[in-house]
Design a protein around this ligand. Sequence first.
Ligand code: NAD
Length: 424
Amino acid sequence: MSSKQQFSFFESVERYFDKAAELTNHSQGLLEQIKVCNSVYQIRFPVKIGNSVQVIEAYRVQHSHHKLPCKGGIRYSEHVNQDEVMALASLMTYKCAIVDVPFGGAKGGIKINPRNYTPGQLERITRRYATELIKKNFIGPAIDVPAPDYGTGAREMAWILDTYHTFNSSNIDSYGCVTGKPITQGGIRGRTEATGLGVFYGTREAMSHADDMEALGLTTGIEGKRTVVQGLGNVGYHCAKFFQDAGARLIGLSEYEGAIFDPSGKGFDVDDVVAHRKSTGSILNYPGAQNLDHSADALELECDILIPAALERVIHGDNAARVKAKIIAEAANGPITPDAEDILLAKGTMILPDVSDVEKNIIAHGADEADLVYSGLEETMITAYNAIRESWKRHNRINDLRTAAFYVAIEKVACAYEELGIFP
Ligand code: NAD
């Protein structure tokens, strides 16, 4: 059996959790309560597509009710399943806790490939999904707040908002039922690029510590560093753009149809590559670039920083030994399996766990709103990274940043439960 198949995604998250949980002093009951998913809603609904009816499979998982509302993205992908949504929901709880955002983690998913549907069909599927969530009280500003994720964006959030609003038109707070909506619908400037920017700020902070960089054979700072990005969607594109603007050299870029490498070492202009992909339909054959047959080949390029920004579990037991990056900055959720992590840590790779999926409440509106999002995010990511790093450096049984991140998260969620007085 391939090592990629050894653990499901949720089991992988549980393994990361257990590794950190055993370093804490909390009772088994409390740790169990933190680890499990509190509510799992599995839905099947019919939608008329063309001349036939398709039964659509969808999910919403609320991992933790220790703070409400729950919050987390909605993913459209043909690979969606309950295990994946449970894993993503639990990761959201830990990310929110690390950055002190007072929400429980949640995630949703619809098992469709959005490329196979027209916008009108996607709208019908989305509105029906939203209606199913409303029916079971699985959505609402005080209950559970969806956001964009893989395969979804502001458009889908607008459809969900409109559906929710139709059923709750007298509720002045109903616009708070989703984040990541269009600006005209009450969305916040700066939200779209926030996840990519958070990854940038976190990596920049990690690379400012001279002793850590020296251990990797690197100088401090992002400027000039050879960088590879997998996935040029919302998160990946903005990551690439922020790294490029900070002087990183984008020597490898990957999309689902293949990847490109810059043999000159100067680095691509991400906007130009995106424009090329738009006009030709593929990232391949970009002028001056070397084509790589498989998108995953980019993960194995010789580079300083590797940013997986597409999907989970792309670095696994079968390819980890060939990954040459000195730093892996996670932008996707869960891109590294536990067995791959063991291999990477053994060879000294620095893994920066993704904690960037943060949305603080912003109350200003107008042109300065994006500045507020940016500066709030910058401070949040710097503080979060240094809290994780401090646990890593101080605790003699914590040997890596992910265990440190889970440790910090568990302590914070445990604190919220302990204050409830249920657990001894
Ligand atoms: P997206 O749909 O906007 O983009 C994903 C991109 O990855 C697409 O362009 C897709 O074609 C590409 N892709 C798919 N398979 C690939 C492969 N094998 N190799 C290379 N590229 C591939 O999705 P997104 O919102 O950017 O999400 C990407 C990741 O970031 C996901 O893991 C998601 O959970 C995570 N994330 C997203 C957000 C958000 O705010 N959008 C927040 C937190 C985390």
